[in-house]
Ligand binder design. Structure first.
Ligand code: DAK
Length: 261
């Protein structure tokens, strides 16, 4: 059987890992990979038992080295638009997942690969991670939301500097500018992601989802509207069994048994 270009596996109850699996091309995103990613993300979205998604790349050289340049080079305008829409759909779908999504980046995360990592809620990097938006070297600007998500993650001046020069940054600099939240040895990357995933999976599932929505939507609103949104999310939690169980368990001095309802 042919190797799957995208592998979705359930690592543990509630914890999925999405693996981009084209190591021979440094996991570059071609149209088939984007389609497979879209399907896999839809599977996670439809799984009510899902709690956390980890995203990584196969092999030891790259998370994802970008959109597939070999496939892109001969695109006409119509195909380029279709390719761009497919990439945008993947990034939006990933970002819109109700559960936290963590990118585990080892090696190159360039162009569309950096954009894929940016569409995740946060990024944990190995010491060998390298980030960049080198599209200007190819005569194109970023096309999968990189100008907007990098801007929101690291600020305007830093995003502008990285995007217009194509300069690549290593893990330590990525940490210093807030592009990643943590840098760990290569061998510890998956275990670090799993440990965080387990911590999240043990919390009230509905509370985690409501909090994620508030952070995500609130980031694009002014403070007053964002706080009103948070109030609505907070109030919604009080219609849940999880809120009753969480508070009862605290008062009874025992661990909570959340159902996600
Ligand atoms: N696409 C296709 N193949 C790639 C690739 C890529 N992005 N990156 C690497 N590969 C392939 C190489 O061609 C090579 O294949 P073979 O020659 O073995 O067949 C294999 O992976 C190993 O790569 P190297 O031999 O180059 O490995 P090195 O260690 O020497 O170098 C590198 C690693 C990551 C520094 C180098 O491979 C590199 O510079 N890769 C390209 C990085 C890059 O420029 N990435 C950005 C791609 S542009 C759009 C929407 C979005 C986008 C565009 C349009 N629309 C609006 C339509 C997004 C654009 C991008 O992401």
């Amino acid at each position: 059987m042919a190797e799957q270009i995208v592998v979705l596996e359930q690592v543990e109850t509630g914890i999925h890992r999405l693996l981009v699996n084209r190591p021979q091309a440094l996991n570059a995103l071609n149209a088939a990979t984007l389609d497979a990613l879209e399907q896999a993300i839809a599977t996670v979205a439809a799984d009510a038992a899902s709690r956390v998604l980890l995203v990584s790349g196969a092999g030891d050289k790259a998370f994802v080295a970008g959109a597939d340049i070999a496939e892109m080079q001969s695109l006409n305008t119509a195909h380029a638009a279709a390719f761009s829409r497919a990439g945008m759909r993947v990034m939006h779908a990933l970002e819109a997942l109700p559960v936290p999504v963590i990118a585990l980046v080892n090696g190159y995360a360039l162009g569309g690969g950096c954009e894929l990592a940016l569409a995740c809620d946060w990024i944990i990097a190995s010491e060998r991670a390298v980030f960049g938006q080198p599209e200007v070297n190819l005569g194109i600007p970023p096309g999968f939301g990189g100008t907007q998500r990098l801007l929101r993650r690291v600020g305007r001046a830093r995003a502008m500097g990285l995007i217009t020069t194509g300069r690549q940054v290593r893990a330590e600099e990525a940490l210093a500018i807030g592009l990643v939240t943590q840098v760990v040895p290569v061998a510890a990357l998956m275990d670090t992601g799993l440990a965080i995933a387990r911590t999240i999976a043990a919390k009230g599932p509905l509370a985690v989802k409501l909090a994620k929505q508030a952070v995500r939507h609130g980031a694009d609103l002014d403070l007053a509207r964002a706080c009103a949104y948070e109030t609505a999310q907070f109030a919604q939690a009080f219609a849940s069994a999880d809120q009753k169980e969480g508070m009862r368990a605290f008062l009874e001095k025992r661990p909570a048994r959340f159902s996600g309802a």
